[in-house]
Design a protein around this ligand. Structure first.
Ligand SMILES: NC(=O)c1ccc[n+]([C@@H]2O[C@H](COP(=O)([O-])OP(=O)(O)OC[C@H]3O[C@@H](n4cnc5c(N)ncnc54)[C@H](O)[C@@H]3O)[C@@H](O)[C@H]2O)c1
Length: 417
């Protein structure tokens, strides 16, 4: 397996698609370079009284189409290249969804599973103070990602508001509803994934009912995706988290699993005691014989080391960057249809956009309106990507990048960049 740098994947994809579109390097060169990168170090007092210095990042890849937008990841493996890649994926995702944002991402190097709530609160505030000069409702709007959640966003909003001297709801999205969060935001990414599954299955003439599915990762995105595809009649035969995977040939009891996981935020699947389960590794889960595979954990899960063993017919990328460029090629040759992250998981940023719009206008939409408008934008984006893939005779990932890069390059030209 070759050494993995997610930003190399981004550059390769931009180069390939820009060449396909016959753009001159001068027209797209800027997309290979993030506009602004900030690295911060900050001291935090731990519960035992010791002082620890943490590192964090905020990268604004592009603000050509609007303010930066993207989550904040709390994970022990966060690094500059990962945040850079995630920020670029946000630029392309917002362009595919056709919402008026650029792309940004943040991260803090820490393991939230090993920190108390009060430590997480202090880390979040110190990180927010560090990146405050470059964020704000008009500049760059963070949101939750791996290891962060609505509570994290509430702390970020409070820290930023304290600096300003007044409450700034619109500085982050994915907030609790009482603080100006949007109804439907919690489920939005998984809901968008389930709309995407419906769309691709309809195009491929595969019925949902009784068809097998496997979900890697049971966090915010994976758990909602699993719940909604289960409700649509699919047979979810395996799910996993960081503690490993569980498998049941005739289908898992998804509502029971979700109830167990939600009882305590530290509950993991290795503690779940369902009947007739087989415990397998995450590697084995990815290689199961299934129609649908939804990677919903981290990047680089399907790569040149395991792509030729993937048996799924359709991969819907709920995570960001779960398939490498090399894996894409192998999967394409095997006839596996991959629905790319920048389309499949755009539901989160779409409803974040609705939340920001509500904050700016001091309005609160009904959940029904949020879900209806989400479906409208996801379905539209899917059709655009599907048609562009057909027009250029390429896989869906390239189809999505064609849609995105055209929009971004047009915006740069119009702005005279
Ligand atoms: N939260 C959002 O709104 C959102 C939006 C778009 C994309 N995403 C992407 O979706 C993915 C998941 O994000 P999330 O918000 O659900 O994070 P989360 O922290 O809520 O959940 C992550 C899940 O992945 C599991 N996991 C971690 N390492 C694993 C491994 N090696 N193997 C298997 N499982 C593992 C964790 O146990 C957990 O169940 C990320 O790629 C994220 O960037 C999230």
């Amino acid at each position: 397996m070759s050494k993995y740098n997610p930003y190399d994947n981004v550059i390769k994809t931009i180069e390939e698609v820009a060449t396909l579109l016959k753009y001159k390097p001068s027209e797209y060169e800027m997309l290979k370079h993030p506009e602004r990168e900030l690295k911060v170090s900050f001291p935090v007092t731990m519960d035992d009284g010791t002082l620890k210095v943490f590192e964090g990042f905020r990268v604004q890849h592009s603000t050509i189409r609007g303010p930066g937008k993207g989550g904040v990841r709390f994970h022990q493996d966060v690094n500059a290249d990962e945040v850079r890649a995630l920020s670029a994926w946000m630029t392309f995702k917002c362009a595919v969804a056709n919402i008026p944002y650029g792309g940004a991402k943040g991260g803090v190097v820490c393991d939230p599973m090993k920190l108390s709530d009060s430590e997480l609160n202090r880390i979040t505030r110190a990180f927010t103070n560090g990146i405050a000069p470059i964020i704000g409702p008009e500049r760059d709007i963070p949101a939750p990602d791996v290891g962060s959640n609505p509570q994290t966003m509430a702390w970020m909003m409070d820290a930023f508001s304290k600096l300003k001297g007044y409450t700034v709801n619109g500085v982050v999205t994915g907030k609790p509803v009482t603080l100006g969060g949007s109804l439907g935001r919690g489920d939005a990414t998984g809901r968008g994934v389930s709309f995407t599954v419906n769309n691709i299955f309809a195009k491929l003439n595969i019925p949902l009912k009784g068809t097998t599915a496997v979900v890697q990762g049971m966090g915010n995105v994976g758990s909602v995706s699993a719940r909604l595809i289960h409700e649509s009649g699919m047979k979810v035969i395996a799910v996993s988290d960081v503690s490993g995977a569980i498998y049941k040939e005739d289908g898992l009891n998804i509502p029971e699993i979700l109830e167990y996981l939600s009882k305590d935020k530290r509950n993991l699947l290795d503690g779940y005691k369902g009947e007739g389960l087989k415990r397998i590794s995450n590697e084995e889960l990815l290689e199961l014989d299934t129609t649908l595979l939804i990677p919903a954990a981290l990047e680089n899960q399907i790569n040149d080391g395991n792509a030729d063993r993937i048996k799924a017919k359709v991969v819907v990328e709920a995570a960001n960057g779960p398939c490498t460029v090399e894996a894409d090629e192998i999967l394409k040759k095997k006839g596996v249809v991959v629905v790319p992250d920048i389309l499949a998981n755009a539901g989160g940023v779409i409803v974040s956009y609705f939340e920001w719009v509500q904050n700016i206008q001091r309005l609160a939409w009904t959940e029904e309106r949020v879900n209806t408008e989400l479906k409208h934008l996801i379905d539209l984006a899917f059709e655009n990507v599907w048609n562009s893939a057909k027009e250029y005779d390429v896989a869906l990932r390239k189809g999505a990048y064609i849609v995105a890069i055209k929009r971004i390059v047009d915006s740069m030209k119009l702005r005279g960049v």
